[in-house]
Structure formats: C-alpha cells, structure tokens
Design a protein around this ligand. Structure first.
Ligand code: HEC
Ligand code: HEC
Length: 312
C-alpha cells in the first residue's frame, strides 16, 4: 500500500512537472540524451557553422564555377595519378549524396571508406580527429537547402584515376579507425588547446606543413616526421615545385618573426610577411574568424623552434 502511494505521488509529481513545462508524455518519451551526431531538427547556427567549414575545407575541390558542390576535375594533381574528379556532394539522389545516411557520410569523412566499402581517392582528405560538433555542422549544412548543396548535376569529364593511383590506394592507404569515444570540441577560450585543434584537426595545416604530406600521421599529428617544420613538396600549377613553409617558432627559418597582424593578413588575404602572395596549394582562409586566427597564432608561437631553411 505504502509503495503504491509512493508510486502514485511520483507519477502525479512527474505529471505536474511535465505539464508545467508544457510537454506531453509523448515528448518525454522522445527525449534522449544528446547523441554525438544528432543532426535534426535543422538549427540555423549549426548550418551556418557547417557552411563556413565546407566553404573553407571542401569547396576549393568540390565547387563548380557557379558555386555548386557538383565536383570538378582537380588542378595541380600530378598527371601520373590520372584525371582526378571530386565527387558531387549536392543533395542529388543519383550523382550526389542525397541517398547517403548521416552515418555513411561521417564514416567517409573520418575513415575514407564509402558506403559500398570502397576507398575514396586519397586526394580526398580524411578527418579522423574532427570534433563531433564540427562533423555535425558539416552534415547539417550538406543536408540543408542552401544554394551550393541544392540538387545539381555534374556534366564534365569523368573521374579516371591511373593505375598508379589504384596501386597507391591498395597498398599504402589504410582505412582509418572510427573513434571509440565522442570527440569534444576544445574550449575555444583556451587558445593553445583550441589552436592545436585547429592546426591538427579542423584545418589540418600540419599535414601540408610537415616533411611529407603523404606521410602525415592523421591520428597522432605531433608524431608526423618534421611536424610543422615545413618542406613538403607540391606541384605548382606552372609545373614548378613549391615547398611548404616552416611554421615552428624559429625566428630565422620559421614563423617566429610573424606578428599577429601579419599572420591575419596572410590567412585572410594570402599576402606573406615578405609581401609575396602565397602560391598554390596554400590558399587564403577569408572566413577564418579572429578567435581562430588568434588561437592558431598563439599555438604556432608555442611550437618549439626547428631550424629548417625552405627552398623557394
Ligand atoms: C583536395 C581536394 C578535396 C578536398 C579538400 C575535399 N574533397 Fe571530397 N573528394 C575529393 C575527390 C577527388 C573525391 C573523389 C574520390 C573518389 O571518387 O575516389 C572526393 C569525394 C568526396 C565524397 C564522396 C566519396 C565517394 O566515395 O563517393 C564526399 C562525400 C566528399 N568528398 C566530401 C567532402 C567534404 C565534406 C569535404 C570537406 C570537409 C571534402 N570532401 C574535401 C577531393 C576533395
Ligand atoms: C594544401 C597544403 C596546405 C595547407 C592545408 C596549409 N598550407 Fe600553409 N602553405 C602551404 C605551402 C605550400 C606554402 C608555401 C607557399 C609559398 O611559398 O608561396 C604555405 C605557406 C604558408 C604561410 C606563409 C609563410 C611564409 O613563408 O611567409 C603561412 C603563414 C601558412 N602557410 C600557414 C598555414 C596555416 C595556419 C594553415 C592551416 C590553417 C595552412 N597554412 C594550411 C601549404 C598548405
């Protein structure tokens, strides 16, 4: 009897609380702990953050001339890899990702493996350490009704990777493991931690700015050979080579003499401290906000100096 009363009181109390907050029992049943990759209902701020991340990290490879993410042939890729065409990532249900589930999309972005179990070409970056919140924002944007992701077909030449591409993919590219735990976004007020996250995960500056872009350790960035000391070789579009800059705090050969204002200028406008414009594949990041600029700046200044002159 006592138990029964207690249960009844509890039910009434819960009922009262629920009514108080204007919820119904059905609502209560649908409340779940926030999962790491919950993308519905659409949230304006999330979509906007996703748009900023996609415009910064993906659009230079996936956007056509009209700003639609239909995919396109990638410039500046060594001819020995064949003709590399990025995928259509609009909501088109045949060519694009309209039929992919959120999980399939996240798996591709983290591991590099598509829903059919095939590895995407290794030119396509992978983001094993991207925070769940950033991943969620990217997915929300790709699912939105914004102009660049609306259903659009690609009509250019087909993706035709060479035998060498296939060989590298088969023997040298491994599927990356999926994270076993949620990946939280670091506190954006703690500059060093946030800066490290931006350099290693959100923008993966370290991959290009270490010794060999091909050997970037995506799972443990700091273990990459020549971490942030520059020198990785790239094909420039004029068939010359360009080497990535040393971003360690070394004042002679590295980033040590950059002021924050100069750094903002190279990030936003592509103008180096020397006055020259950065060459491809380095691109300006016009959408980078001041907190990001400041955090990356603080972090790079904290990276132990490595004396490593870079050929021009
Ligand atoms: C350096 C160029 C480059 C960048 C940057 C890039 N991609 Fe890609 N992406 C590619 C290429 C090339 C392919 C085609 C790979 C293939 O078909 O094997 C591709 C394929 C894809 C696919 C489809 C994979 C498949 O198997 O069909 C998705 C989805 C995708 N990219 C999303 C993104 C997103 C989201 C971003 C940004 C977070 C991004 N990509 C950044 C070049 C790039
Ligand atoms: C796709 C490869 C790539 C990525 C990604 C990349 N960079 Fe670069 N970066 C380069 C290359 C190559 C150069 C050298 C360009 C030149 O010499 O004109 C360069 C140049 C620079 C310079 C100019 C240094 C100088 O000599 O004055 C700075 C600063 C810089 N990068 C910072 C960054 C930061 C910060 C990020 C991440 C937010 C980043 N880069 C991402 C390849 C890359």
């Amino acid at each position: 009897m006592k138990n029964y009363t207690a249960a009844l009181t509890l039910t009434l109390l819960l009922g009262a609380t629920v009514t108080l907050f204007g919820l119904t029992w059905a609502d209560l049943a649908s409340i779940r702990p926030p999962g790491p990759l919950k993308t519905t209902p659409p949230d304006r701020r999330l979509i906007q953050q996703g748009e900023r991340l996609v415009l910064t990290n993906c659009a230079h490879c996936h956007s056509n001339d009209e700003g639609r993410l239909t995919g396109k042939p990638i410039d500046g890729v060594s001819a020995s890899l064949g003709r590399i065409v990025s995928a259509n990532i609009t909501k088109d249900s045949v060519q694009g990702i309209g039929r992919w589930s959120d999980i399939q999309l996240v798996t591709l972005l983290r591991t590099g493996v598509d829903p059919k179990g095939y590895k995407a070409h290794f030119i396509m970056p992978r983001y094993p350490l991207l925070a769940d919140a950033d991943m969620q924002a990217i997915v929300a944007f790709l699912r939105s009704n914004e102009y660049s992701v609306q259903t659009t077909r690609y009509t250019g030449p087909a993706h035709k990777p060479s035998i060498l591409s296939g060989f590298i993919s088969t023997f040298f590219i491994k599927r990356l493991p999926e994270p076993k735990q949620p990946i939280p976004l670091p506190d954006t007020v703690k500059s060093l931690l946030y800066g490290r996250y931006l350099v290693n995960s959100r923008y993966q500056c370290f991959a290009c700015h270490s010794a060999y872009v091909q050997k970037a350790n995506l799972l443990q960035p700091e273990k990459t050979k020549g971490y942030l000391a520059g020198g990785s070789k790239f094909d420039d579009t004029d068939e010359k080579f360009v080497y990535s800059a040393n971003l360690t705090s070394d004042p002679e050969t590295g980033f040590g003499r950059y002021t924050e204002a100069e750094f903002r200028e190279v990030m936003h406008l592509g103008k180096k401290r020397s006055g020259q414009i950065v060459r491809s594949p380095m691109l300006p990041y016009p959408l980078m906000n001041n907190r990001e600029i400041n955090a990356i700046y603080q972090y790079l200044k904290s990276v132990p100096p490595v004396h490593h002159p870079i050929s021009r």
